[in-house]
Design a protein around this ligand. Structure first.
Ligand SMILES: *Cc1c(COP(=O)(O)O)cnc(C)c1O
Length: 388
């Protein structure tokens, strides 16, 4: 269908990418569970050779994520980190990256303990401060790598402004868009060069599949990334590609409910008298509110908060009945985590403190349950965590 680009995002979620199986008319793309393909003669394949290089089910989800991000080229990986490591493999020894000061712990880990060994280094910068980004970009810097809102403090970076500053100096802008998804934010349209996703989170949406994506517009960049995807080999399996397509179909309705619940819970937390700090860019009082409103269609559903003195955060985690203590986020079910010991444990304690990831910080991935049940669970868990 050539007129797909005219469809609204909510329709693209269902009709984007490759819509149905050419051979049979099946309304869902079949799971092409095959590693290889018959060649009709030497050098005569039918467009498919080997499933690391290309697989029809994976190709369908790759086209779909590209359509959703309004990009030209999509790539699917076995995890968000497989996507990230492939993107980082664009760089060479001596290259430097400017990186947001609060990012996913695993991204920090692979920079600090894998790519650093290959001579690719990083500078941690508060990317919500444009002057600091500009000052950090020297000749050796090849790219600015941001998350917005960032994990776990939901710091908002102005993607268009950073792109302008970086492009003026000829640098790439990479945005991890996991927290908002293309349903709420499309970084390529704001000037970013590379969008990364952990599809494990909202895109899949059911906490049942690990996956990652990369989307770009530039053909040369895409060519190099496809080369690296095949060379490194961290590709998404056919079955998991199918699950991602299935998950993405309901992204819109899920996200609408996620955000609605998160707005109510953030407001409740703020007014509850239980917390000393709430981080949520959907609150007018949040420092990221204005920029997030300008560049995204919603603030997402991740909230971080710190309980007031007099409440034991460890007891709070223990007291929860409906909300589950677990790593990860973005599933239909509500999850909480303790960034300092879980998702962000890979970041050294001094850097954690410096950026504000205190031991008392609680990160909440607001699910799509009935919000009154969620608030009741929070309330009883906090009440019963009172010290003394
Ligand atoms: C989870 C996550 C990742 C890593 O993705 P995996 O699928 O777990 O490999 C990267 N970035 C963000 C923001 C994440 O939340």
């Amino acid at each position: 269908m050539s007129d797909k680009k005219e469809l609204k995002l909510r329709s693209l979620l269902i009709h984007g990418g490759i819509e149905r199986d050419e051979a049979t008319g099946a309304v869902n793309i079949p799971i092409y569970q095959t590693s290889t393909y018959k060649q009709d003669g030497l050098g005569q394949d039918r467009g498919w050779e080997y499933s690391r290089t290309g697989n029809p089910t994976r190709a369908a989800v790759e086209k779909l994520i590209a359509d959703l991000e309004q990009g030209a080229f999509g790539l699917a990986f076995a995890s968000g980190l497989a996507a990230i490591s492939t993107v980082l493999s664009l760089f060479q020894s001596g290259d430097k990256l400017v990186v947001s000061d609060n990012i996913y712990g695993g991204t920090f880990r692979i920079l600090d303990n894998v790519f650093k060994h290959f001579g690719i280094t990083y500078k941690i910068v508060d990317t919500s401060d444009l002057a600091k980004v500009e000052a950090a970009i020297d000749e050796d810097v090849k790219a600015v790598y941001i998350e917005s809102p960032a994990n776990p403090l939901l710091t908002v970076t102005d993607i268009a402004a950073v792109s302008e500053v970086a492009h003026k100096k000829g640098k790439l802008v990479i945005v991890d868009n996991t927290f908002l998804t293309p349903y709420l934010q499309r970084p390529l349209t704001l000037g970013a060069d590379i969008v990364i996703h952990s599809g494990t989170k909202y895109l899949g949406g059911h906490s049942d599949t690990i996956s990652g994506f990369v989307v770009v517009n530039d053909e040369k960049l895409a060519e190099r990334l496809y080369y690296l995807q095949n060379a490194i080999g961290g590709v998404l399996a056919p079955w998991d590609s199918f699950l991602m397509i299935r998950g993405i179909k309901t992204l819109g309705v899920r996200m609408d409910r996620h955000v609605e619940n998160a707005q109510k819970i953030a407001k409740w937390l703020l007014e509850s008298g239980y917390v000393s700090r709430v981080y949520y860019p959907g609150l007018e009082s949040d420092p990221g509110y204005v920029v997030q409103k300008k560049q995204a269609d919603g603030p997402g559903a991740m909230i971080s908060f710190v309980l007031k003195e007099g409440y034991d955060y460890k007891a709070f985690f223990k007291n929860l009945k409906l909300i589950t203590l677990a790593e990860s986020l973005g599933g239909v079910e509500s999850l909480v985590c303790h960034p300092a010991s879980m998702t962000h444990a890979a970041i050294p304690a001094d850097i954690r403190k410096q950026v504000g990831i205190v031991d008392e910080l609680i990160r909440f991935s607001v699910g799509i349950e009935d919000v009154t049940d969620l608030i009741a669970d929070l309330e009883q868990a906090i009440e019963n965590a009172k010290i003394g």
